[in-house]
Design a protein around this ligand. Structure first.
Ligand code: NAP
Ligand code: MG
Length: 488
């Protein structure tokens, strides 16, 4: 029996005193130059743009807008560092630098976490406990491979590809930088990377760490700016490898522009993951997993569990418990340790989410949102739920990238699999059941790169991550992540 009666009234939020993380230990410059050839340099044009705190709408720092000329200089520096220094260095020596970077990230973890939350809007609990530790863990993990590539690929004599051009999104700024940079460095490649325009600051702090680690100049270059800067990197003729994480639309543009070139390409794109809950699952545990999968981090997660497929017999009970849990979620100051849902990353993204909520209502799905308070300034979206979603509804097919969950029901295992697979995406999925056999049956039939069983959104550097279909191709993490950066 459920512990929660449908008629009970609940407080809309827990009565917790504010517990803001201090910003005293944060060192931010008023503006940041480009990081090229081991030093911070102004751009040729001198243009800059503001990096805004989405929770306050205040400018945190100004960031440099690079252009083609700056990208050319960065790629030249990366080429020189690759050919003369980094690819020639013994793996054990490269590994020492990468370990040093990982340790410095750990030492500066608090500062990095606070900047990540200020610049991107995610709750400090997420940046402190997940993003920053995982980013350091990626450097630790790949440092360990640097001198073992011949064991990873026996008799294949692996060699580096050359200069890697990398472009990353705003949802996990430092973690995505780590996913891209750590394996590239371990395998002897050099890097030119562009962070997302709204979240460049932790990548620039990482540049300071590269300086502290005395990483040889040109091994990693960080050029900030808008989409055109990303295009200038990936289309540059002296780039050997392109690694992109972002939207499926931009991924398709990149794939087209690289067709026929010799560049290697990996794409990590969007998703519309199904969290599948069977009647034999532990419902309370599943509710926690669903909340973690779509609401924490504002749903700004490519592998977010944005669809819920629930077995018909438990639909009403599960939805009731889920609404009850949603009522307790705290939306607000990302720096407050009690916050569950921080700020939406930008006003543009908030507009996108709000337009999808309107689309869902127009499509006739049932809408639910708790009435919790949100701050006056900043970009906010309360946790949102659509039930009675039809398979053809856009809110059940398209990536919203916000805290919006679409619920559907199923009766049989076959129907669950059919519905789960019925989107253009195939990045991730979740299965909640008491039966191991069901888990194995489902995971083998699901067209998703990652399937979590009785948990959700768990990451580890040893585990490969990547999609099927329009979610992209190639894997990051683990041994698979190494091969994307090697000629074998
Ligand atoms: P986006 O618009 O595709 O942007 C991603 C990055 O590409 C940004 O740095 C962006 O610069 C840059 N960019 C834009 N146009 C470009 C072009 N023509 N050529 C090269 N680079 C270009 O995506 P987003 O809105 O930032 O991020 C959200 C999307 O990323 C979602 O669809 C999400 O699913 C996906 N994502 C996927 C994964 C995964 O691992 N599969 C992980 C995280 C996010 P600007 O910042 O200046 O626009
Ligand atoms: Mg910002």
């Amino acid at each position: 029996m459920s512990a929660v009666s449908p008629n009970e009234k609940f407080e809309t939020s827990w009565d917790l005193a504010p517990a803001p993380e201090s910003t005293d230990h944060v060192n931010l410059e008023s503006h940041y130059d480009l990081f090229i050839d081991g030093e911070f340099r102004p751009s040729k044009s001198g243009n800059r743009f503001a990096s805004v705190n989405p929770a306050t709408e205040e400018t945190i720092a100004e960031v440099t807008e690079a252009d083609q000329a700056d990208v050319n200089v960065a790629i030249k520096a990366a080429r020189k560092a690759h050919d003369n220094v980094w690819s020639k260095m013994p793996g054990a020596e490269r590994g020492k630098y990468i370990y040093r970077i990982a340790r410095l990230m750990q030492e500066q973890a608090r500062e990095l976490a606070v900047i990540e939350s200020m610049d991107g809007g995610k709750p400090i609990r997420e940046s402190r406990d997940i993003d920053i530790p995982l980013a350091a863990a990626h450097f630790f993990y790949y440092a360990g491979w640097a001198d073992k590539l011949n064991y990873a690929f026996p008799n294949r004599r692996p060699t580096s590809l050359g200069v890697a051009g990398q472009v990353i999104p705003w949802n996990f700024p430092l973690l995505m930088a780590a996913w891209k940079i750590a394996p590239a460095l371990a395998t002897g490649n050099t890097v030119v990377i562009k962070p997302a325009e709204t979240t460049s600051l932790t990548a620039l702090k990482l540049a300071e760490i590269f300086q502290q680690a005395e990483l040889p100049p040109g091994v990693v270059n960080i050029v900030t700016g808008h989409g055109e800067v990303g295009a200038a990197i990936v289309n540059h003729s002296d780039v050997n490898k392109v690694a992109f994480t972002g939207s499926t639309d931009v991924g398709k543009i990149i794939q087209k522009s690289l067709a026929g070139s010799e560049k290697s390409l990996t794409l990590e794109l969007g998703g519309k993951a199904a969290n599948i809950v069977f009647e034999d699952a532990t419902i309370d545990q599943a509710v926690e997993g669903i909340v973690n999968g779509i609401y924490f981090n504002q749903g700004h997660v490519c592998c977010a569990g944005s669809r819920l497929l629930v077995q018909e017999s438990i639909h009403d009970e599960l939805v009731r418990k889920l609404k009850h849990r949603m009522d307790s979620l705290i939306v607000g100051d990302p720096l407050d340790k009690n916050t569950d849902i921080g700020a939406i990353n930008s006003s543009e993204q908030l507009n996108t989410i709000e337009s999808y909520i309107q689309i869902g209502k127009d499509e006739g799905a049932q809408f639910y949102q708790p009435s919790c308070p949100v701050p006056e300034k900043g970009f906010w979206c309360r946790p949102s739920l659509f039930t009675d979603v039809a398979q053809s509804n856009r809110i059940g097919q398209e990536e919203i990238f916000g805290p919006v969950l679409a619920v559907q029901t199923f009766r049989t295992v076959a129907e669950a699999i059919q519905k789960a697979n019925n989107t253009p995406y195939g990045l991730s999925a979740g299965v909640w059941t008491d039966k191991g056999s069901k888990i194995f049956n489902l995971t083998s039939q699901m067209r998703a790169g990652i399937v979590w069983a009785n948990t959700y959104n768990k990451f580890d550097p040893t585990s490969p991550f990547g999609g099927y279909k329009e979610s992209g191709f190639g894997r990051e993490g683990g041994l698979h992540g190494l091969s994307a950066y090697l000629k074998v």
